[in-house]
Design a protein around this ligand. Structure first.
Ligand code: URA
Length: 240
C-alpha cells in the first residue's frame, strides 16, 4: 500500500475533476478500526444465543412430549428412549432408522458397530459428532433389530419432524432405506434414491446407504463417500 494522500493532494485532485466538469465522486465510508472485529463478536454472540434457544427447545420437546412416551408398542421393550444428540444448531443432520441393542442400552444413537462407521464418515467429512446432529426415524428399539413398522413410524415421526424444525439444518443425510423412504414419502429403492439431492420441507436431503449395510457391503463405501462429498460441496466445505 502507498502513502495515504495528504489533504492538499486530495484538494488538487478534486479541483481538477471540477475543472473537467465532474460534479461528484462516489465515496465509501472507511470502516472505523475495530468495526470488523466488533461485527464478528456480535455474530458469534447471536450464534451462541441461537444455539442456546434451540437447545432449550429440544429439551422442552423431550420433557413435555417424549419422556415416558407410550405412543406405540416399542415402549414396552425399551431400556431408554434414544432422543438423538449433537449440536442443536447443526448445519448437517444424519438420520438413521432405529436404535439397536447398544443404542437402547446407552440411550445414544449410533454407538454400536454401525455407529463407529458413521463416526468415521462424519470425521472424514471434517466434522466431529458434536458438530452435527444424529437422530433416528423411531426413538425406541424394535426387538431383534427388525425394521420399524408403519404404526411405530407414524407414532414417532412427529417428534423427529419437530427436532428438524428446531435445528433447521442446511442439509440432511438420510441413512438407508427406512430413513430415506420415510422422509421423502416414497417407495423407490435406496439404490436408486442415493446420490441425488431431494428435498425434505425445503431442506436438501441426500439419501445414502445405511452404515450397517456398508459393514456388509464394503465396496459401496466409495458411493457413500461420493454422496458425502456432494453434501460438503453444498455446505461450501472442502472434502477432507
Ligand atoms: N442403526 C440405526 O439406524 N440407528 C442407530 O442409532 C443405530 C443403528
Amino acid at each position: 500500500m502507498g502513502e495515504p494522500l495528504k489533504k492538499e493532494d486530495i484538494r488538487r485532485v478534486l479541483e481538477f475533476y471540477r475543472a473537467i466538469g465532474v460534479e461528484s465522486v462516489p465515496c465509501e465510508p472507511k470502516a472505523r478500526p475495530g468495526t470488523k472485529a466488533k461485527a464478528r463478536r456480535l455474530k458469534t454472540a447471536e450464534q451462541k444465543k441461537g444455539r442456546e434457544e434451540k437447545q432449550k427447545a429440544l429439551q422442552a420437546l423431550f420433557n413435555e412430549e417424549i419422556k415416558g412416551c407410550t405412543g406405540c408398542k416399542l415402549s414396552a421393550g425399551r431400556h431408554n428412549i434414544v432422543f438423538g444428540e449433537g449440536n442443536p444448531a447443526a448445519r448437517l443432520m444424519f438420520i438413521g432408522e432405529a436404535p439397536g441393542r447398544e443404542e437402547d442400552l446407552q440411550g445414544r444413537p449410533f454407538v454400536g458397530d454401525a455407529g463407529k462407521l458413521l463416526t468415521s464418515l462424519i470425521e472424514k467429512m471434517g466434522f466431529s459428532r458434536e458438530d452435527v446432529f444424529i437422530a433416528n426415524i423411531v426413538k425406541c428399539r424394535p426387538e431383534g433389530n427388525r425394521d420399524p413398522e408403519e404404526d411405530e413410524i407414524e407414532a414417532c415421526l412427529p417428534f423427529l419432524k419437530k427436532q428438524i424444525g428446531i435445528i433447521a439444518p442446511e442439509a440432511i443425510m438420510a441413512l438407508g432405506r427406512v430413513a430415506s423412504q420415510t422422509l421423502l414419502g416414497t417407495t423407490v429403492q435406496i439404490s436408486r434414491l442415493r446420490g441425488n439431492f431431494k428435498s425434505y420441507e425445503g431442506i436438501p436431503l441426500m439419501p445414502t446407504f445405511h452404515p450397517a449395510y456398508l459393514l456388509r457391503n464394503r465396496k459401496d463405501k466409495a458411493l457413500t463417500w461420493q454422496d458425502a462429498m456432494q453434501v460438503l460441496k453444498l455446505l461450501g466445505m472442502d472434502a477432507g
